[in-house]
Ligand binder design. Sequence first.
Ligand code: 5GP
Length: 231
Amino acid sequence: MADQGKLIVVSGFSGSGKGTVIKDILDRYGSYSLSISATTRKPREGEVDGREYFFKTIEEFEKMVSEDMLIEYAKYVGNYYGTPRDYVEKQLSEGRDVILEIEIQGAMKVKERYPEAILIFLTPPSGKELIGRLKGRGTEDDSVITSRMKRALEEAEGVGGYDYVLVNDEIDKCSECLHYIVQRCKDVDNGKDTPFVSKRAYEVASDNGAGVGLINGIKAELAGLLEGDER
Ligand code: 5GP
């Protein structure tokens, strides 16, 4: 029987480039599977049911919750999002490493249920870069951007609950680093004493607050910008 795969949670600010990094890692390495979430959010232009998300009505979503079909779920900016259980458990049992791209409340629930999961918080190098990416995406109007910025501030509060903070400065380097983190966690699980060495990732438990400090700096920049907007 194959060894159980690793469950990898990737969260991060909206605009941190999570989607791009995850796509890169899936293309580059053959060992990862991406869980497709269920959501009550309406599809954005170009999104396809069953590819980006399983788009559900509130009633359908609530039925999935009551039938315990989701590993976790959370409400984010007015919509429900949740991780379907069957796919994740099947992939893990086949030895595949499964990536969940989810927000913080869900991440914490996953850690409770699957303590061996690896929780990674992805961030752009600075607040300025983050705002630029949020605006550059052009798929959302200003009020949505503002509500996402506010939500980003809240999300940053919980970064201490993650295992790693990973800086997305260059996509390919960032996905190599993510892969390195996963491989090293497997080494450690197998009793190997592989040290953690990285230029763009912080191991939250052992970095004396450097990773959390980086996020707090970005948070302060965002808070300043939001205050400017509201004045
Ligand atoms: P978006 O609407 O931009 O696709 O996603 C909004 C947020 O929901 C993102 O932070 C994304 O990571 C999160 N998200 C997507 N799927 C899930 C899920 O299954 N569970 C949870 N808790 N969050 C999710």
